[in-house]
Write a protein that binds this ligand. Structure first.
Ligand code: JCF
Length: 669
């Protein structure tokens, strides 16, 4: 079919638009059009190319996923070796690095350093000829890598064709391909759902995704590339400094790190290191340190290399987030709802900034996925502030006397039978409040801040009071004598009086806090509040049927059944009656059937507010009938953004969700 000039022009226009939107979205993190518009343009281009196959070119935005899976990767010899970096582990190492440079350059001025976070991913090289991406290769051993052109073409932050002009005829761009934390979490969640082995960390996930012979698999994994240096340059030149050169790359369509900064001297480097260490958990990708480079390229050249590393650059590393240790034993803990959870007792190891000696193993499925035996050497990971996790068993190190983990048939605390309901991953002790472990957890929950908020009644004290036989249930708390409390370890008369005061104070409460404090399965803070507002009194909740409960917004059949069976048990009602007899009380709520001003609207609060805490802001919104959620999604009605709002603000803007600053929020209230 002949192709009209109109169609050729339309195709060119569509590609230009799509490339531009792609750049704004994936490289600049600053989308210019809604996703739906992008999809419409892409579909139009696909339709035209489908009708006129002669118009298809390799750099068309439709051509990111190549054809057939490869049989094997071919080797690539790097024309210019890909270097590694020397490491610095402390301030002295950094001072030495700076001193060597000053000496070699015989400089009497402070050196200017380009700084950037050191991404924890896979180093790759991209070769562009006349602006077209012709090859992507892994670093490999620095001399030889693998040709992964098909796979890098699927990564949206890598342009198939450089933008603008002024780029050299032949240019090799180097950087790191990585998987953002959120994509890693989603990928592992999916692996778990399907019963597949999860990836140990985002770096392994990125490596695994790049090492696919079928580029469709790579395309399905959300990878990004961030560029940090240039290799071969022919038929053109770069700028005078490293940072200016990187900004050129950015203008040609490549992603560079937004945290990049120029500082003076070693003091500037150390300050940068500290600021990034502080930001580390909040960054959307994993980093394992920061990289410092002499910014002036002429000075870099004068400094040259020692063996495989440049003298003009160094990686100042953060403490490791993964370490090797041994599983000394696996014990089983019993939670408030009777859930029996395996916990690994570890040979203590310093990881992610703390000494770790326990790690939860969640359930038997997890132990099976890991293939874990007692005595195994394991990799423990603690990233951010999350609880430490066993991520891998090192099978080669398994000792001869390794033992399998046997799930107990009876509760390790009360010896009641352990039962696992069909379709549930967790097994539970059937002892209920006969089980001391469940009783202790129930009392800890009752005393906790969002429940009855009993100051000075910590976990250790609850355990000791139960062990001593002073209390069996939450109602017994109010019968404790000053003498009993003062006789406990680390308790004096003064702290006994304080606790008695706190117990007395806790008696004046709110219906929602009281409902929450009962520890009914699946009834969290939010559900407790919903129930209180919907029914108004304890008796109405106690007597509600499953049907009446599910009529309440956000209460489903599972929660409803938990609520009904909780109040069907005589001993639960006895304890509630005892609590009321001891003087625990709350004002009933006048159920307001008329819709409130913000009824059903979902708000998210982020950043720091100056006039109130986030908790207070939440209370105000809830009182107006709004819902308050922790994360931004399409369902969010409005984001309240305080000072230093970060990723949530960005996401809200991406999704086109209304954003209010604190001032506007207060006006609205
Ligand atoms: O982010 C990194 N992982 C990273 C690695 C950053 C850099 O600027 C690098 C690098 C490895 C070698 N620069 C060199 C020269």
């Amino acid at each position: 079919m002949p192709v009209s000039e109109d169609i050729i022009q339309r195709v060119e226009r569509l590609r230009e638009e799509l490339d531009k939107h792609n750049y704004r979205y994936y490289v600049m993190d600053d989308p210019s059009v809604p996703d739906a518009e992008y999809d419409r343009l892409m579909n139009e281009l696909k339709a035209i190319e489908g009708e006129y196959p002669s118009l298809v070119v390799p750099d068309s935005p439709t051509q990111r996923v190549g054809g057939e899976p490869l049989a094997a990767f071919t080797q690539v010899t790097h024309e210019m070796p890909m270097l590694s970096l020397d490491n610095a582990f402390n301030e002295d190492d950094m001072a030495d690095f700076n001193r060597r440079i000053i000496e070699r350059l015989a400089s009497d001025e402070e050196i200017e350093y380009a700084c950037e976070p050191k991404l924890d991913g896979i180093a790759v090289s991209l070769l562009y000829e006349n602006g077209y991406l012709v090859r992507g290769a892994t670093r490999g051993d620095g001399e030889t890598g693998e040709d992964i052109t098909q796979n890098v073409r699927t990564i949206n932050s890598i342009p198939l064709k450089l933008m603008g002009n002024g780029f050299p005829e032949r240019i090799e761009i180097r950087g790191e391909i990585y998987m953002p934390k959120s994509s890693f979490d989603a990928l592992n969640k999916e692996a778990e759902r399907l019963g597949n082995k999860p990836f140990v960390n985002p770096r392994n996930a990125a490596a695994g995704s790049l090492r696919q012979l079928d580029s469709k698999i790579t395309a399905s994994r959300n990878l990004e590339m961030c560029c940090y240096s240039v290799g071969i340059v022919e038929g053109g030149s770069l700028k005078e400094t490293h940072t200016d050169s990187l900004h050129c790359l950015n203008q040609w369509g490549l992603r560079i790190n937004a945290e990049m900064k120029v500082v003076k001297g070693v003091a500037g480097c150390l300050e940068y290191y500290r600021s990034i260490a502080e930001k580390r958990n909040g960054l959307p990708y994993e980093i394992d340190g920061v990289v410092f480079k002499v910014n002036n390229l002429a000075l870099q050249q004068r400094l040259g290399f020692v063996s495989r590393a440049p003298r003009w650059a160094i990686a100042h590393k953060f403490p490791a987030q993964e370490e090797l240790t041994e599983v000394l034993d696996v014990e089983f803990q019993v939670g408030r709802t009777g859930a029996v959870t395996p916990v690994a007792r570890l040979k203590p190891v310093f990881v992610g900034g703390v000494t770790v000696s326990n790690a939860t193993l969640h359930n038997m499925d997890e132990i099976e996925r890991l293939g874990l035996m007692i005595g195994d050497s394991v990799i423990v990971r603690r990233a951010g502030d999350v609880i430490p996790k066993v991520v891998k068993v090192v099978e080669e190190k398994r000792p001869d006397n390794a033992r399998p983990v046997l799930f107990p048939s009876h509760c390790p605390v009360c010896e009641s039978e352990v039962v696992q309901l069909e379709g549930e991953a967790v097994a539970r002790c059937s002892g209920g409040l006969f089980c001391a472990a469940q009783r202790k957890e129930a009392i800890k929950h009752y005393a906790s801040r969002k429940a009855m908020d009993i100051d000075g009644l910590g976990d250790k004290l609850v355990e000791a009071l139960v062990d001593e036989g002073h209390i069996k249930n939450v109602a017994d708390l109010y019968t404790l004598s000053r003498y009993q409390i003062a006789s406990m370890e680390r308790m004096a008369e003064k702290s006994a009086d304080n606790l008695l005061g706190a117990l007395e104070k806790s008696k004046k409460t709110k219906l929602s806090s009281f409902i929450y404090s009962l520890g009914i399965r699946e009834v969290g803070e939010t559900t407790a509040r919903t129930l209180s507002n919907a029914f108004g009194t304890l008796d109405k909740i106690r007597n509600a049927t499953v049907n009446e409960l599910i009529a309440v917004q956000d209460v489903g059949p599972i929660v409803a059944n938990h609520i009904v069976s909780f109040f069907e048990q005589a001993h639960n009602n006895e304890i509630i009656d005892q609590l009321v007899a001891e003087g625990v009380s709350w004002p009933d709520i006048v159920v307001d059937t008329a819709d409130k001003a913000l009824q059903g609207k979902t708000f998210v609060i982020t950043g720091t507010l100056s006039q109130m805490t986030r908790e207070e802001a939440k209370e105000k919104l809830l009182a107006l009938g709004a819902k308050v959620s922790g994360s931004v999604s399409k369902k969010t009605y409005c984001l309240i953004a305080g000072e230093a709002a970060g990723s949530k603000l960005k996401k809200a803007e991406e999704l086109g969700i209304k954003v209010m600053n604190e001032h506007e929020f207060i006006d609205m209230l």
